[in-house]
Design a protein around this ligand. Structure first.
Ligand SMILES: [Zn+2]
Length: 215
C-alpha cells in the first residue's frame, strides 16, 4: 500500500447526492510529506462530497492539534488546528488547477487523491511564527538560549547541551529516546554522523540555525 493510498477518494463511482468520508492525520502523515516542523499530529477530517451529476462540491472540515517546537524557547508547542477548505471538482479533458476554486481532472481518473489538499490546508492554518503566548515559554530554556546567542561567536556545544539536559525536568530521570547511556560519548568518536541524536542535540542544532539567521 502506498503512503497516501488511504486518501484516494473514489470520485467516479459516487452516485448523485451527499457522501461523507473521514480521515485521520498523524505523525506518519507529516513524515511521509517530509515535513520536519510538525513533530506529531492528531487531526480529524470530515470530508463531505456533494455531487449534482455535473460537479463535485468538496468540503473538508479539519480539526485537531499539531505538535511543533516553539521558535522562542524550543520547547513543545501544541497548536490547535481548526479550519475548513472547499473546492469544486469537475471532470474535463485534462488536469487543470489554475483556479483556486475549481479543479479539473481528466476523465480517465477514477480516483482523486486528497492527501496534498489536506496537507496544504493544515500547513496554511499554521501561523508562520510559532511561539507560545506571552509569558508561557519555558523560562529556563529561554534564558539558556539567550545566553548561548549572546556568546554565539564561540559556542561551547557540550556545555550548552548539559545545561539543556539539566533544565529540562523530563530528562533528569530517564535517558533520552534513541540515545542510551554512553551513546553520546561514543558518538564523539568514529562514525559520529550515524550516531543517534538526543533531543537536546537536535535542539542545539535548531538553536544554532536560528541564532545564525537572527543574530
Ligand atoms: Zn516558547
Amino acid at each position: 500500500m502506498g503512503k497516501f493510498t488511504a486518501f484516494k477518494l473514489p470520485l467516479k463511482s459516487l452516485t448523485k447526492g451527499t457522501h461523507s468520508f473521514d480521515y485521520h492525520l498523524d505523525k506518519q502523515f507529516f513524515a511521509n510529506m517530509e515535513n520536519t516542523d510538525v513533530r506529531d499530529a492528531d487531526i480529524n477530517v470530515r470530508l463531505t462530497v456533494d455531487y449534482n451529476g455535473d460537479v463535485y462540491a468538496l468540503t473538508f472540515v479539519v480539526s485537531g492539534e499539531v505538535l511543533l517546537l516553539c521558535d522562542r524557547c524550543l520547547d513543545d508547542l501544541h497548536m490547535p488546528i481548526d479550519t475548513r477548505y472547499e473546492i469544486t471538482v469537475k471532470y474535463g479533458d485534462d488536469y487543470n488547477d489554475d483556479s483556486d476554486t475549481l479543479l479539473e481532472i481528466p476523465d480517465s481518473d477514477n480516483f482523486l487523491n486528497v492527501a496534498y489538499m489536506l496537507y496544504d490546508t493544515v500547513v496554511l492554518a499554521i501561523p508562520i511564527k510559532h511561539v507560545h503566548p506571552m509569558g508561557k515559554c519555558n523560562r529556563q530554556m529561554s534564558a539558556i538560549l539567550k545566553k548561548h546567542r549572546a556568546g554565539a561567536s564561540d559556542p561551547d556545544a557540550d556545555e550548552f547541551l548539559e545545561e539543556i539536559d539539566a533544565a529540562d525536568p523530563r530528562r533528569r530521570d530517564r535517558p533520552a529516546l534513541g540515545c542510551p547511556e554512553g551513546a553520546r560519548k561514543r558518538s564523539r568518536g568514529v562514525g559520529a554522523e550515524q550516531a543517534p541524536h538526543g533531543k537536546a542535540e537536535e535542539r542545539l542544532a535548531i538553536a544554532t540555525s536560528i541564532a545564525d539567521i537572527k543574530y
